[in-house]
Design a protein around this ligand. Structure first.
Ligand SMILES: Nc1ncnc2c1ncn2[C@@H]1O[C@H](COP(=O)(O)OP(=O)(O)O)[C@@H](O)[C@H]1O
Ligand SMILES: [Mg+2]
Length: 404
């Protein structure tokens, strides 16, 4: 299982399918967010299905931004990943005007192997520039251990097979270009797997207008976060998965019987065949469907896509979806979360009423910094006894976090 350092710097990772089947055993455990956007120091514990709950502007989307940054480092390289989040100066936490040095750490685990992690620490420099202060990772994968450390641009690594301390590589030091991250260049097997782990986290923020529009045919099979390639992603599904998707969508939007791809000139879109009354069918193009239907469809598609992520982050699924449908949607997310972990952000009391109290993470703002914690034990007990629901607690502003 040891892979010699043979990739050249400058070779970018592509989102190729999963050659080592890493997804089957991968679990994301927790994200540590330090001096990043509104966070000073916070830990988000992940599980199969987790909901980040809190009022507006408390930091829910900023936690998602940390995940997006990590995902995009291997895809675009660190400078572009940072630029896409607004630039280094925007990313670093500020309180009373003072900027701090951001760091992110992701803990994950492959099956029964010990816990692995990846950590990136950045440091501000003159102007709005930054450098990688330290980047490191320890990967336990299929009984082997891979470790790497990038100290200010020099990568050292060790790769050990099984219990034997037979060090196969490690004396070589590899330079990492200034401002770049070692995971953008998979020079070792350990880096390659960690890069995949980061890329397998995917975010979804549907823009129904883009789902409805005629779309350019896209060659990537991977779901675009805004839903702008839904027709192409749908086209890639097997007929079984299409049937499953229609079945799930019809539980949310009654009457949907079939979904088909339509080509119009050089564009593609989807047609929804709907039964309006007994025996009366009509076909609607995506742009004629309601925003709620397009959002629900896109969320289901993101969960059923062929190149399925290992963690799917869905921001505010409650938007434009009616209450009855929300319950069904959360039920489907729960089922899917057995294979793809799901993290949602929400401020909907209706959504959290459908989620296990232990799966909630309260997000709040304290002295200008965002905090994250599970629900306090004294608050969980009455919920378990059925005396009150999480949504009622949220409405009465008493969904207390554990550490407050
Ligand atoms: N670099 C930063 N330092 C401190 N606070 C920040 C920084 N960037 C954004 N914020 C704060 O983050 C808040 C928005 O958080 P966000 O995650 O978008 O909220 P929501 O919970 O609604 O998704 C704003 O109040 C903003 O002031
Ligand atoms: Mg938000």
């Amino acid at each position: 299982m040891v892979f010699q350092a043979r990739c050249e710097y400058g070779m970018r990772m592509t989102s190729a399918p999963d050659p080592f089947h890493i997804q089957e055993e991968l679990k994301y455990l927790r994200l540590h967010i330090t001096n990043f956007l509104s966070y000073q120091s916070a830990v988000l514990d992940l599980a199969d299905l987790v909901a980040l709950v809190g009022p507006n502007a408390t930091g829910k989307s900023n936690a998602v931004a940390a995940i997006k940054l990590l995902r995009e480092i291997p895809i675009h390289g660190l400078p572009i990943a940072i630029a896409r989040r607004g630039g280094f100066d925007q990313l670093r936490h500020r309180s009373s005007g003072r900027p701090y040095n951001p760091a992110l750490r992701l803990d994950f685990q492959f099956g029964d192997n010990p816990v692995s992690f990846y950590e990136l620490k950045l440091r501000g420099m003159e102007g709005k520039r930054y450098e990688v202060k330290q980047e490191r990772g320890v990967l336990h994968f299929k009984g082997d251990k891979y470790a790497f450390t990038n100290n200010a641009g020099t990568l050292g690594f060790t790769e050990m097979e099984g219990g034997h301390r037979s060090r196969v590589s490690g004396d070589r030091k590899i330079p990492v270009p200034a401002g770049q991250s070692a995971v953008s260049f998979p020079a070792t097997f350990g880096l390659f797997i960690v890069a995949r782990v980061l890329q397998l986290m995917q975010t979804v923020e549907i823009n129904p207008a883009l789902v409805g529009e005629l779309q350019e045919p896209s060659s990537t099979r991977e779901f675009e976060p805004d839903g702008s390639n839904t027709a192409s992603v749908f086209e890639e599904l097997t007929s079984e998965t299409r049937a499953e998707l229609v079945d799930e969508l019809s539980a949310i939007v009654p009457g949907i019987q079939r979904i088909e791809l339509r080509r119009l000139a050089d564009k593609v879109t989807l047609a929804f065949v709907q039964e309006l009354s007994e025996g009366k069918r009509r076909e609607f193009l995506a742009k004629q469907m309601s925003d709620g239907t397009l959002r629900a469809f896109s969320i289901l598609l993101s969960m059923l896509q062929e190149s399925r992520p290992a963690l799917l982050v869905i921001e505010e699924p409650e938007i434009a979806i009616h209450l009855g449908a929300l319950r069904t949607l959360v039920d489907i997310m729960r089922q899917q979360s057995e294979t793809t972990q799901v993290l949602i952000t929400t401020h909907s009391a209706d959504i959290i009423d459908t989620i296990d109290i232990d799966a909630l993470r309260v997000v709040w703002s304290e002295d200008g910094a965002s905090r994250i914690a599970p629900v306090a034990e004294h608050t969980r007990e009455p919920v378990r006894q059925g005396l009150i629901t999480p949504g009622q607690l949220l409405r009465s502003d008493s969904l207390d976090p554990a550490s407050a």
